[in-house]
Design a protein around this ligand. Structure first.
Ligand code: HEM
Length: 460
């Protein structure tokens, strides 16, 4: 363990957290804290924090934040200590803007909402979303042009948005509303993270172009979803959309339905939580496969043995085992959510470090999945790790979808969507890098995205 070595001349002046016991990471600057390494080389910085021990203090501006660096402690935070935490300062700001949907809400309200929303993600519904995904994916890949360099990340973001929007709203939507959603979602997702890092709420009020764009996109997103919710007469039955299920859900105890404003918040929450994550994971998968042509051929053979045209149904998915291994490895090495947060509402103690109520806690699922103690040679993309999963795949050590009461409600949706899209691409196209450019990571939004060569596709 490295000693705690505050930069001389800086001290904890916020008084908002008892930092006793946790070493402070090196490189803290006056006022800025550790913002520069966090923004300029986020993953190396977050991965390096494990060298200080299981709990380390960093500062975002002058705000002290405790980083947990072992999966065991993070699991305790998310599962056993869930009732002693809330979501933290990133979400405080979001609540005022984006409402109180699952992704943002807390405590008893969250639990009640979770019970209402969860049934929309049961098996029978997922089977229907698989059909939507297969149709959308087939239409997308049929439009690709061989030989022309393509930004796979952009294609995946658009496709993932189309799929979540169709699963949510289907026929209730119309192209004008869809275009408004398409414009607003990426701006909201990027602005959400940028806002969280502003040092003062005053900055949000300044007439900066970024603020104006973000505020307008938030208003637009809420308005269009409000409009859809207000004008939807929900249908019961197997063809229902996610929105139909939200509108017809009834609280077990009271028998009451959600208020329309709450349905809107839940729909916005699903739109934001369910598009960028899946799209980013798929973009990484395709970049890795372009760099590993042998593996790509192997997966393509697997897919074609199940469905020659790559159009797989929900019942086919268990047979896409190797494709599943490649996706698990993608979710390990390139875990989309690079940071998540919590805040204590009761005293907690981790590895001897006392955290009073109000202490902000951060952890990086991506960094945790790169710990050599758990995943030997962690930076190597190696789907064979999942052939015989072993300890590293335990629910404690592998948490791309989180854990505890806030665990991703869309996990099965996401797995289905990713497998169906991967099959549609791999049956039809062979991917290769268009330029000799190194694959890098960028964290300007809520996920760690690939920045690298465009991909060229050749027909199989
Ligand atoms: C590869 C794809 C995905 C990944 C890696 C992912 C990851 C996560 C993670 C880590 C959390 C927990 C956040 C926390 O503890 O603070 C979460 C929550 C959530 N996710 Fe996902 N997600 C994915 C896809 C989806 C999809 C497709 C949907 C919906 C269509 C979705 C909806 C949600 C919602 C609503 C929550 C909040 C759940 C709650 O707090 O009760 N996610 N996701």
């Amino acid at each position: 363990m490295r000693p705690g070595n505050d930069t001389p001349g800086t001290s904890d002046t916020s008084g908002s957290s008892d930092s006793g016991g946790a070493p402070c990471a090196a490189g803290r600057l006056p006022l800025l804290g550790h913002l520069i390494p966090l923004l300029t080389r986020p993953m190396p910085f977050l991965q390096s924090l494990a060298d200080y021990g299981p709990v380390v203090r960093i500062h975002l501006w002058r705000r002290p934040v405790h980083v947990l660096t072992t999966p065991e402690l993070v699991h305790r935070l998310l599962v056993q200590d869930a009732a002693k935490t809330e979501k933290g300062f990133v979400f405080d700001k979001a609540r005022g803007l984006l409402g109180n949907g699952l992704f943002i809400s807390e405590g008893a309200f969250h639990l009640r909402q979770r019970r209402l929303v969860q049934p929309a993600f049961h098996r029978d519904s997922i089977r229907g979303y698989a059909t939507v995904t297969a149709r959308r994916a087939a239409s997308e890949v049929s439009r690709w042009e061989p030989g022309r360099p393509m930004a796979i990340g952009e294609r995946m973001h658009e496709l993932a948005r189309d799929i979540v929007v169709e699963a949510l709203f289907a026929t209730h939507l119309g192209s004008a509303r869809k275009a408004r959603i398409d414009r607003a979602v990426p701006v909201v997702l990027t602005g959400f993270v940028q806002r969280a890092l502003y040092p003062s709420a005053l900055l949000e009020k300044l007439p900066l172009p970024a603020n104006r764009r973000f505020d307008a996109a938030v208003r637009e997103l809420r308005a269009v979803v409000d409009d859809i919710v207000t004008h939807t007469v929900p249908r019961q039955g197997p063809d229902g959309t996610l929105l139909d299920l939200l509108l017809t859900a009834r609280d077990e105890g009271t028998g009451r339905a959600m208020e329309p404003a709450q349905v809107r918040d839940e729909a916005v929450s699903l739109l934001l939580a369910g598009t960028e994550t899946t799209a980013t994971a798929l973009a990484w998968l395709f970049h890795e496969l372009a760099a590993h042509p042998g593996l790509q051929d192997e997966l393509s053979e697997e897919v074609c043995a199940v469905a020659a045209d790559g159009s797989v149904a929900w019942s086919d998915l268990p047979r896409l085992q190797r494709t599943g291994h490649a996706l698990s490895e993608t979710l390990r090495l390139h875990t989309p959510n690079w940071i998540l947060m919590r805040r204590t509402v009761a005293p907690l103690q981790y590895a001897g470090v006392r955290l009073p109520p109000g202490a902000e806690i951060l952890f990086s699922p991506t960094a945790l999945h790169r710990a050599p103690r758990i995943h030997p040679d962690p930076m190597r993309f190696d789907p064979d790790r999942w052939r015989r999963p072993g300890d590293h795949a335990s629910r404690k050590l592998f948490i791309p979808f989180g854990a505890g009461p806030h665990k991703c409600v869309g996990e099965s949706f996401a797995w289905t969507e990713m497998l169906v899209i991967a099959a549609a691409v791999l049956a039809r196209w062979r991917l290769r890098p268009a330029e000799p450019v190194r694959l890098r990571e960028t964290t300007t939004s809520a996920t760690v995205r690939p920045r690298g060569p465009r991909l060229i596709i050749d027909p199989r």
